[in-house]
Design a protein around this ligand. Structure first.
Ligand code: PEP
Ligand code: MG
Length: 570
């Protein structure tokens, strides 16, 4: 049987299921012993909680990750918050036992956090649930879940993963994690990645379908959970697991290196992010900067537009963490497959060809200026921010943006607000129109960033999310390759930098072509930084040039893909 979820932490895990059922706390038998006594009971439980937390963090021979430490310290701080305690006290003063006070107040916070618009705030609900369970266990004199004794080679199957479960676990014991809740950016995902354990999250009914002791395999890249697999499947995955581990350890040597091609020529290797906290993963892999900050993610799943201050804080956080490394903030790319409720765009017949990205921004200059002002202010200290415009199809769009940008600068300077005055402006080359007017666009901007995800779909007229036409959607299509080559050539003649931030930048089969044509920068997801650093180092310009010449003689995407597959250096 195969269950499917979200691949949240790469790797293959093979082992036996250990299912952790959600605890049910029944305190109906507890007799209320008066407000003072109940408060004393709670006080004692809180003291034990704090001691146990310190114990978890300082457990001998085990090191808690920064993520685990932050979350557990956050729980202790919350429990020491006088306001929260006064809310619990009030409950006990009105005839509730300590257990009921803890349960009701924590549940109130869980519901509040779960209803928040910001994903990061919603994640806090898991932390409060964990805190509630641990406190109730202490009050009821029960042992809380302790996984330190679980057998070697276990795959944890839990409703949700909490740091009080993971601290102290080691990779010999746990080979993987499966949860029912959580997505790629949930705390469970962050913890799993910090522990470098394969994880598949959001697997519906996992705790019902998987039994303790079941033999299972998980693929943390694809999001597959294979239950009681046949022996030939096991063999196949065991081989993949060995290959994956060999590849990862081979990549470790690239962690502390600069990025160069086979001739030693430096290449900019950046990271792509959607939310500010993802910067940490890019820094861990020593990305040379952020080549794409998809700022629209700050606007998704909420009813109101984040104001200038909220955006400023998000951009400033990224700018400060990156220090002297560049950060390219792409202005709002809403519309298409990223519909923000807060913009009330309404239904369109062809959203990818409709009211999207720069078109929305220029129609709503107040909203656009709020973002531009936030970016200008956020770069005041580090002076490392750059602006990139999405879905540009005309020179006027860039000119109009520049006019608004100047207006925002003037306004802020008049208000006496510190800004990053000298801020490079780039254009995403992700429409065929942009490719064909690239020479004109180059006169208006400081750099290009090739967005292959959209460039492919607009070039071959195949929706990037439609599986019926996925065979047409190929970065190896000769038309797409010619567009990439032309864009790089134009940038070179205009003497501006050109990078690529679409998924194709991380496809090792394209590396020789991009190097041969002279691409300056590659921006990829954090997990692709080390593989790409290795891949780039394998190609000398002359060899890459030969491959590029051969490819341009071929006629179909299939031939090109096959050829590039064959010449790949392992
Ligand atoms: C692209 O189109 O290649 C790109 C990087 O932008 P997005 O995937 O966010 O549309
Ligand atoms: Mg795009």
């Amino acid at each position: 049987m195969i269950l499917r979820g979200i691949g949240a932490s790469e790797g293959i895990g093979v082992g036996q299921a250990v299912c952790i059922k959600e605890e049910i706390f029944d305190y109906s038998h507890v007799v209320y012993s008066g407000a003072e006594k109940e408060k004393l009971r709670l006080g004692k439980a809180v003291e034990q909680f704090l001691e146990k937390t310190a114990g978890l963090l300082g457990r001998k021979g085990k090191i808690a990750s920064q993520e685990e430490t932050d979350i557990l310290n956050g729980q202790s701080a919350m429990l020491q918050d006088p306001f929260l305690r006064s809310q619990m006290d009030e409950k006990m003063e009105t005839g509730q036992c300590a257990e009921a006070a803890v349960d009701e107040i924590c549940t109130m916070y869980v519901e509040m956090f779960e209803g928040a618009e910001e994903e990061l705030i919603r994640q806090r609900a898991t932390d409060v649930k964990d805190m509630r369970s641990r406190l109730l266990s202490l009050l009821l004199g029960r042992e809380s879940v302790d996984l330190t004794g679980i057998p070697k080679g276990s795959i944890l199957v839990v409703h949700d993963l909490t740091p009080s479960m993971t601290v102290g676990l080691n990779r010999e014991q746990v080979h993987g994690i499966v949860t029912e809740s959580g997505g790629r950016t949930s705390h469970a995902a962050i913890l799993a990645r910090a522990l470098e354990l394969p994880a598949v999250l959001g697997v519906e009914h996992a705790c019902e379908n998987i039994q303790d002791g079941d033999h299972m395999i998980i693929d943390g890249g694809k999001g597959d959970v294979l239950l009681k697999p046949a022996s030939d499947t096991c063999l196949h995955y065991q081989k993949r697991q060995v290959r994956y581990q060999q590849e990862r350890s081979r990549l470790e040597v690239y962690r502390n290196r600069s990025t160069v091609d086979g001739d030693g020529r430096p290449i900019h290797l950046f990271g792509n992010i959607a939310m500010p906290h993802e910067v940490d993963a890019v820094l861990k892999e020593q990305g040379a900067g952020i080549g794409l900050f998809r700022s629209e993610f700050l606007f998704l799943s909420r009813n109101s537009i984040p104001d200038e201050q909220e955006q400023f804080l998000a951009y400033q956080q990224v700018s400060n963490k990156m220090g002297d490394r560049p950060v390219m903030i792409r202005t709002l790319d809403l519309g298409g497959d990223k519909q923000a409720d807060c913009l009330h765009i309404g239904k369109e017949e062809n959203p990818f060809l409709g009211f999207r990205a720069i078109r929305v921004c220029l129609k709503r200059p107040d909203m656009f200026c709020m973002q531009l002002r936030a970016i200008l202010r956020a770069g005041a200290q580090q002076k490392n921010l750059q602006i990139v415009l999405p879905m540009v199809t005309s020179v006027q769009e860039v000119r109009e943006t520049k006019r608004l940008l100047e207006q925002c600068k003037e306004g802020l300077l008049q208000e006496g607000v510190p800004i990053q005055e000298d801020i490079p402006l780039g254009v995403m080359i992700e429409t065929p129109a942009a490719v064909w007017i690239a020479d004109r666009l180059a006169k208006e901007c400081d750099f290009f960033s090739i967005g292959t995800n959209d460039l492919i779909q607009y070039t071959v007229a195949a929706d990037r999310g439609n599986t019926n036409v996925e065979q047409l959607y190929s970065c190896f299509h000769p038309a797409v390759l010619r567009e990439i080559q032309r864009t790089i050539q134009v940038a070179k003649s205009a003497n501006i930098l050109v990078g690529m931030c679409g998924e194709a930048a991380a496809d090792p089969r394209l590396t020789p072509l991009l190097l041969a044509w002279g691409l300056d920068g590659f921006s990829v997801n954090a997990s692709s930084i080390l593989p790409m650093r290795r891949q780039l180092s394998l190609w000398k310009k002359e060899q890459a040039q030969t491959v590029a010449n051969d490819v341009m003689q071929l006629e179909t995407a299939e031939e090109i893909e096959q050829y590039l597959q064959q010449v790949q250096i392992q």
